[in-house]
Design a protein around this ligand. Structure first.
Ligand SMILES: *[C@@H]1O[C@H](CO)[C@@H](O)[C@H](O)[C@H]1NC(C)=O
Ligand SMILES: *[C@@H]1O[C@H](CO)[C@@H](O)[C@H](O)[C@H]1NC(C)=O
Ligand SMILES: *[C@@H]1O[C@H](CO)[C@@H](O)[C@H](O)[C@H]1NC(C)=O
Ligand SMILES: *[C@@H]1O[C@H](CO)[C@@H](O)[C@H](O)[C@H]1NC(C)=O
Ligand SMILES: *[C@@H]1O[C@H](CO)[C@@H](O)[C@H](O)[C@H]1NC(C)=O
Ligand SMILES: *[C@@H]1O[C@H](CO)[C@@H](O)[C@H](O)[C@H]1NC(C)=O
Length: 453
């Protein structure tokens, strides 16, 4: 069984190895970032520094050009790679150093200006995780105009109500999936519901469209099975149990822990069955915003690589923004992480299937509409039915979850996805969602990371 998977990955000749919530108000696009940048960097220190708060002296200057699609090049012609990270910032890997910073912004009340041509204080270190420094970046070509917009502050007010008529309507207008009433959601504050599904600020208004499938991926994907499910590979389950994030906006942490937990099982032939601590991420990670959200790329990938993930028992989940307390715990690191396809904007269905079958479950995110809350089973496709006026279009959110498999039923292709709303929701905590048509943008920004068991 395990052999057959190894055999499969050999056949596939592994070559390409590699949500969600907009939680700083910065809103920068690829074109806002592409160009020539100057980074001012502090003296490197051997210490892993988590505090890059603008108080460091930044004397060393380095200059890079960030080119299409993901090539970085310095003055001497040395080449590296880069990617934007959602609409929030970017990461550059060049000359054996990694640089990451969030884009800068100013907020005054509900007015937000994204200063996409400069960064907030960011973190840099060599590719082995040593010689840490802080830096800020300034784009020295192109427009320096702030992009100003007005944001909606705070979450919705009121309580959640499911409309029995809407549930009936969903069940009568289509037969791919069924909706039902969830008594435990009834009467919950709308703010909690919003946190469950990504949070009020989580919408990425212009996620990248899926990229064209490369010739190589087309050929490789022909070898893939029609059905694949990491919960049952010839009777063996490689996926850790479904959990419940409660009303903290921590889906990104659960999606990330779920991916690393499953991949540790896959890589170790199920001998490492660790449950990891989303609370450590919520309370301690500078790369995320606690119960207000974060991103699988920065957690399953970057935080895990830079700081490591600790076992659940070391910092059990409370679902609140508890204080971080440093603990001496075993830490699990990632050796590599990437957007599926190689960079933000390179994702598509085939790249996702290949990544999933070759290395294990992948973090995905998708837009949660009101009808999804009442999903009971089947293959979800957005219907447009709402339970009232409580979810207006601008409150559509992005929710990070974990794709563990895929299949096809009566000609309808689907993904099998693990949610973090407990086992009482959906198909024992899972849902299936239409595959191949970028349903709710689920095929636009998948992330994968490779842990070290
Ligand atoms: C973010 O920027 C994109 C592209 O410039 C724009 O379409 C979108 O409306 C912006 N988002 C917000 C919240 O203003
Ligand atoms: C920034 O962090 C340093 C090191 O932890 C600390 O000494 C300093 O007070 C901080 N400065 C600000 C402005 O927060
Ligand atoms: C924020 O806006 C208010 C009202 O327009 C203005 O009085 C204030 O100076 C602004 N603050 C900053 C830091 O720009
Ligand atoms: C936000 O911007 C609008 C329009 O530019 C302005 O009328 C308003 O006073 C600003 N509010 C704050 C708090 O700055
Ligand atoms: C696993 O899949 C096989 C078919 O491939 C099926 O016979 C078996 O019942 C499944 N096991 C579980 C636990 O679902
Ligand atoms: C993986 O684990 C199974 C069950 O414990 C065992 O039968 C099998 O030999 C192991 N495979 C490898 C490659 O170690």
């Amino acid at each position: 069984m395990w052999k057959s998977i190894q055999y499969l990955s050999v056949i596939l000749a592994v070559v390409c190895v590699q949500q969600l919530r907009a939680d700083t108000p910065a809103n920068c696009t690829y074109e806002d970032i592409r160009g020539v940048w100057e980074f001012s960097e502090s003296e490197a220190s051997a210490e892993r520094s988590e505090v890059c708060n603008g108080s460091q002296v930044l004397l060393n200057k380095v200059r890079f050009e960030l080119l299409f699609p993901n090539i970085a090049v310095d003055n001497f012609g040395n080449k590296g790679i880069w990617t934007i990270i959602y609409n929030q910032g970017f990461e550059v890997v060049i000359n054996y150093r990694k640089y990451f910073a969030f884009s800068d912004y100013r907020q005054n009340g509900t007015n937000v200006s994204s200063l996409c041509h400069q960064t907030r204080p960011g973190w840099s270190h060599d590719v082995l995780g040593h010689n840490w420094a802080c830096f800020t970046g300034l784009r020295i070509s192109g427009s320096h105009e702030p992009k100003t917009y007005t944001t909606k502050l705070g979450g919705p007010v009121g309580v959640y109500r499911q409309n029995p008529h809407s549930i009936q309507q969903i069940n009568s207008i289509q037969s791919l999936w069924t909706a039902k009433h969830y008594p435990h959601l009834e009467g919950k504050p709308l703010r909690d519901i919003h946190n469950m599904k990504g949070g009020p600020k989580s919408r990425i208004l212009s996620p990248p469209a899926p990229a064209a499938v490369t010739d190589k991926d087309w050929r490789d994907a022909l070898q893939l099975p029609d059905h694949f499910d990491w919960r049952n590979i010839s009777g063996v389950n490689y996926v850790s149990p479904v959990r419940n994030q409660g009303s903290c906006g921590s889906c990104y942490a659960f999606s990330s822990m779920g991916m690393i937990e499953a991949r540790l099982r896959v890589q170790s032939n199920n001998t490492v069955q660790e449950i990891l601590s989303p609370q450590d991420v919520v309370s301690c990670s500078e790369y995320a915003q606690g119960c207000d959200g974060g991103f699988p790329y920065l957690i399953a990938g970057k935080y895990a690589q830079d700081f490591g993930l600790i076992p659940e028992s070391c910092f059990p989940y409370t679902g609140a923004g508890d204080q971080c307390h440093e603990k001496k715990c075993r830490r699990y690191y990632t050796a590599h992480y990437d957007y599926v396809g190689g960079y933000y904007g390179a994702c598509n269905e085939e790249a996702m299937r290949l990544a999933l079958v070759r290395k294990g479950p992948i973090s995905v995110s998708f837009e949660v509409y009101d009808d999804f809350m009442s999903y009971a089973g089947g293959i979800y496709k957005h219907t447009g039915v709402t339970h009232g006026l409580q979810f207006e279009p601008f409150e559509i959110t992005n929710h990070a979850v974990l794709a563990v498999g895929y299949g096809v039923e009566n000609g309808q292709k689907y993904w099998i996805v693990k949610n973090s709303w407990g086992t009482g929701w959906g198909e024992s905590g899972y849902f299936r969602i239409s595959r191949g048509s970028n349903e709710c943008n689920i095929e636009s920004i998948a992330v994968e990371a490779i842990p070290i068991p």
